[in-house]
Design a protein around this ligand. Structure first.
Ligand SMILES: C[S@@+](CC[C@H](N)C(=O)[O-])C[C@H]1O[C@@H](n2cnc3c(N)ncnc32)[C@H](O)[C@@H]1O
Ligand code: SF4
Length: 413
C-alpha cells in the first residue's frame, strides 16, 4: 500500500521531467560552475543483438557507423573540455561499450590526456568477456566492470532474447573476471514474466556461490510500448509479484554477507557503485540518448544517431530537450536519488541548497518517518521496511523516463 503510494507520487514527479523545452539555452553549460565534482557518463549505443525487453537507447552494431560514432563522441567531449569541465569519474554504459575495443581504448587514452582520471566503471555483456578483453580493460585502468548476466537460467535467457551465452558459460566468464578489477558487478533482472520465484532464488544462490563482489538487481521496467509487446509475447508484467522477488533477494543476499549499497545494488566490502546519480549531485551524459543533470537543469541528448552526428559535426551540444527544474523539483529529485543510495545527509543537502533539509523537505520527511521508511540519527537512513518502497520509487521514476526514451526513439528526435 505504502509502496504503491510513494510509487505513484514518484511517477508524477518523474513525468514533470518529460515536459521539455526543445530550445536549449547553451549558457547553462557555458562553463563548469561550482566546486562540486561532476561525473561523466558515456553512452555507447550499439549491440550485436537487441534484447526485446531493453529500455535503453541502442542500435544494431555496424562497424563503420560505430567508428564514426566514437569520432562524434570525442567532438561532444571536446565541447565540454572547451567549457572548462574537469571530470574525474567516468561511467561507460550502453549498449555495449566493449563492442570495438580499439575505439574504446583510444577513447580512454583521450580521457587520460585531458583529465586526471580517478575512477572508471564500464558495462559489458558475458559474450564480450575474454581473457584478452579483461587484460585490455585492466591496462586501460577500468576499476569497476559490470557484466549483464540477467539470469543463469537458460529458459529465462531465451525468453529474454539472450540465448547467445548459456548460464554455464556466463558463470565461466564471471569466474574469469572475478578478482581482476577493484569491483566486479553482475546485473540481474527480476520479475521477468516467464521467470519463476524458484528460478530466481536459484540465480541469487548461484551468484553467492561464485563469491562475486557485487550484484545489481533491476526490477523489470517496461515502458508503455515495451510493456504491451512483452505482454503479448509472455504474460502480464506483474508489479505485485515484484515484492516477493525483492524479499527473496534481500533474504538471500543478507544471509550471504552482502550489504545494500543502494536499493538495487549489493556488495561485499567497500565497492564502487555505478550510480553516479547518487554519488554526484551533477553529472553530464555524452552520447546519443544520454541525459544530464547539471546545476538544477535536466538535459536530454538526441536519441537519433543521424541527428547526434549532425549536432556534434557542427560543434553544437546535441541537447534536444531541456528543463530548468523548479527549486522544489530539484530538491525532490535530490531526495529520491539519496534515498535510493539509502542515506540522506543534512549537511550535504545544506551545501547543495543553502537551506536546511527539515525546512525545505519538511512534509516529505515527516511522511517518510511516520511511515517508518526512514529513521534519523546523524543522517537520515532508509529502514529495512523502507527498502522495497524505495525500490518502487526508483522503478517508477525510471519508468517515467522510459516513456520519454520511447517517445524520442520512435520519433528519432
Ligand atoms: C543497459 S544494460 C548494459 C549491459 C549490457 N549491454 C548487457 O545487456 O549485458 C544495463 C542493464 O540494464 C538492465 N536493463 C536493461 N533493460 C531493462 C529493463 N527493461 N528493465 C530492467 N532492467 C533493464 C539489465 O540488467 C542490463 O544488464
Ligand atoms: S540489454 Fe544490453 S545487450 Fe541487450 S539490447 Fe540492452 S544494452 Fe544491448
Amino acid at each position: 500500500m505504502i509502496s504503491q503510494f510513494v510509487g505513484l507520487v514518484t511517477r508524477r514527479e518523474g513525468r514533470k521531467f518529460l515536459k521539455l523545452n526543445p530550445e536549449f539555452d547553451e549558457s547553462v553549460t557555458a562553463e563548469e560552475a561550482g566546486d562540486e565534482e561532476v561525473s561523466l557518463y558515456i553512452h555507447i549505443p550499439f549491440c550485436k543483438t537487441l534484447c526485446p525487453f531493453c529500455c535503453f537507447n541502442r542500435y544494431l552494431f555496424k562497424e563503420a557507423r560505430t567508428r564514426r560514432y566514437f569520432r562524434h563522441l570525442r567532438s561532444e567531449l571536446d565541447l565540454y573540455i572547451q567549457r572548462g569541465f574537469k571530470f574525474s569519474d567516468f561511467y561507460f554504459g550502453g549498449g555495449t561499450p566493449t563492442i570495438l575495443m580499439d575505439e574504446l581504448t583510444d577513447f580512454i587514452a583521450y580521457l587520460k590526456k585531458h583529465f586526471v582520471v580517478k575512477r572508471m566503471s564500464l558495462e559489458t555483456t558475458p559474450r564480450e568477456v575474454s581473457r584478452q578483453n579483461i587484460a585490455m580493460l585492466k591496462a586501460a585502468g577500468i576499476n569497476r566492470l559490470s557484466i549483464g548476466v540477467q539470469s543463469f537460467d537458460n529458459d529465462t535467457l531465451k525468453a529474454m532474447g539472450r540465448p547467445f551465452v548459456t548460464g554455464e558459460e556466463a558463470k565461466e566468464k564471471l569466474s574469469m573476471a572475478q578478482g581482476e578489477f577493484d569491483t566486479l558487478n553482475v546485473d540481474f533482472v527480476f520479475n521477468f514474466p516467464s521467470q519463476t520465484l524458484t528460478k530466481f532464488e536459484a540465480d541469487v544462490r548461484t551468484f553467492k556461490e561464485l563469491g562475486i563482489d557485487q550484484a545489481t538487481f533491476y526490477p523489470l521496467m517496461a515502458s508503455p510500448h515495451k510493456k504491451s509487446s512483452l505482454e503479448r509475447k509472455f504474460n502480464r508484467v506483474d508489479t505485485f509479484r515484484e515484492k516477493v522477488f525483492y524479499g527473496i533477494l534481500l533474504r538471500e543476499l543478507y544471509a550471504g554477507g552482502y550489504k545494500a549499497s543502494t536499493a538495487w545494488c549489493f556488495s561485499r566490502g567497500e565497492r564502487m557503485i555505478d550510480e553516479y546519480i547518487i554519488d554526484f549531485d551533477d553529472y553530464i551524459g555524452i552520447g546519443a540518448g544520454s541525459v544530464s543533470v547539471y546545476q538544477g537543469n535536466f538535459l536530454v541528448n538526441s536519441f537519433s544517431l543521424d541527428r547526434y552526428e549532425e549536432f556534434t559535426g557542427r560543434d553544437r551540444l546535441p541537447v534536444v530537450g531541456w528543463r530548468r527544474l523548479s527549486a522544489r523539483e530539484h530538491r525532490r529529485y535530490y531526495l529520491l536519488t539519496k534515498l535510493f543510495g539509502l542515506e540522506v545527509a543534512g549537511e550535504k543537502f545544506y551545501r547543495r541548497f543553502n537551506a536546511g533539509i527539515h525546512e525545505k523537505l519538511r512534509d516529505e520527511l515527516l511522511f517518510l518517518k511516520l511511515s517508518g521508511l526512514v529513521k534519523e540519527a546523524e543522517t537520515i537512513r532508509v529502514t529495512p521496511r523502507g527498502m522495497y518502497p524505495v525500490s518502487v520509487m526508483m522503478r517508477e521514476f525510471f519508468t517515467a523516463l522510459n516513456g520519454l526514451r520511447e517517445f524520442y526513439i520512435e520519433r528519432q528526435i
